[in-house]
Design a protein around this ligand. Sequence first.
Ligand code: FPP
Ligand code: MG
Length: 455
Amino acid sequence: MRRWADASSALVRTRCKRRTYSSLQTQKQPTVDPQQHVHPRRDPAALVAPELDCLRQSLLSLLGSAHPGLDEIAKYYFLHPSKQMRPLLVLLFARATNGLGAGWREKRWAAECEGAGGRAEELDRPLARADVLNDWNPSMPDSTTSFESVFSLIPPSPRVVRPRMPAEFAFDAPGSPAPMLSDALLPTQRRLAQIVEMIHVASLLHDDVIDASALRRGAPSAPAAFGNKLAVLGGDFLLGRASTALSRLGDVEVVELIASVIANLVEGEILQMKDVYTPGLGLVATPAASRDAWSVYLKKTYLKTASLMAKGCRASVILGGGAQGEVWKEAAYAFGRNFGLAFQLVDDVLDYEAGEATLGKPGGADLQLGLATGPALYAWEEHPEMGPLILRKFEQAGDVELARSLVRRSSGVARTRALARAHSEKARELLQVLPESEARDALEVLTERVITRTW
Ligand code: FPP
Ligand code: MG
């Protein structure tokens, strides 16, 4: 596995003499001590632990702003530890598929050849002139335009000519090695892991305003700490910075995919909101039957949770050279979609179970938000009196308590768990199209732990 990767790096150095090349192995990268190797069966995150450790730190520099208040809010949720599930999926899928796609050799070349756009430092470099882009980010290598005078015409900078890829890196070059898994993670894939986390955190900032949450991860939520307006603006700022970073990945298919996730998150949230007229999403009025309610619920679950995981995994494979007509990016999307659905279904179960078991208070916080998730929808099938409560979003006095008791007297929680398991098993089955690897093992373990929640 390593032999091919090393041979490829050597080729880059010998064939491209006029430019400086850096091998991915020699770039400043987190190092793994072989003595400390933890088998992915024990800890699925161990395989990419060094990358995950660095992720937050280097992410903070993407979020710097000359406005100190904005800076503080944007970074707020990154200061508390979290599972970083979405970056973990992106990085593991990269490790499980890099080297297999027709475009791998080209992507690898771009990650090593100066000026080709894929090296780590190039992902920090503005595409537009720094004074035009006016990032106002003191941590980034660009400058701030002065507003003390009128802006004059600035002579155009010389055209930047990108290096041409030597013919031998083309996927169909004569004598090219057979596709084989590579250990290398590309800088673009590391950056993608950061981008998906930024988008996730942006959505949490907005979500905590919508849900009026006082706490997140045991600390005051951003709206509680800074107020609603700044929490919303902080989320918007994160999205802006994530979009800039996304464009610098230089892959329009990935830009399209990840931009569509932002729209999906909003669509999912709207679908979940009370009394919203959304004919384009298939919800014209409040669903009148449990079957319609299920279809809205599952659609919302995909949009709100699974889309970022599915499209994040797919984008990771594309950045690793996965091409049209190959199974890799299809497997990534199908895996992420099933995994994401399982993840949210279990979250919805835990909303009932965790409250009772760990908080010593009745579960079903979602009911208080007017939300009928899997357990309540299954309970509707067994107790028709649940229907009116769901349709009026548990708004009348006593509705929440009655709904909670109906869920408890039904098999709703067990059936939601079983549905989550069906999706997680499908996700595991999909992994079988990938060659054996530690990353595949780690992904497999995640499909078990998404159910047991023993991260
Ligand atoms: C958490 O849900 C929230 C989400 C998974 C997505 C929220 C999406 C938006 C608010 C749309 C705006 C999106 C962007 C990108 C600005 P939850 O309330 O079920 O979970 P929680 O218990 O963690 O709050
Ligand atoms: Mg919430």
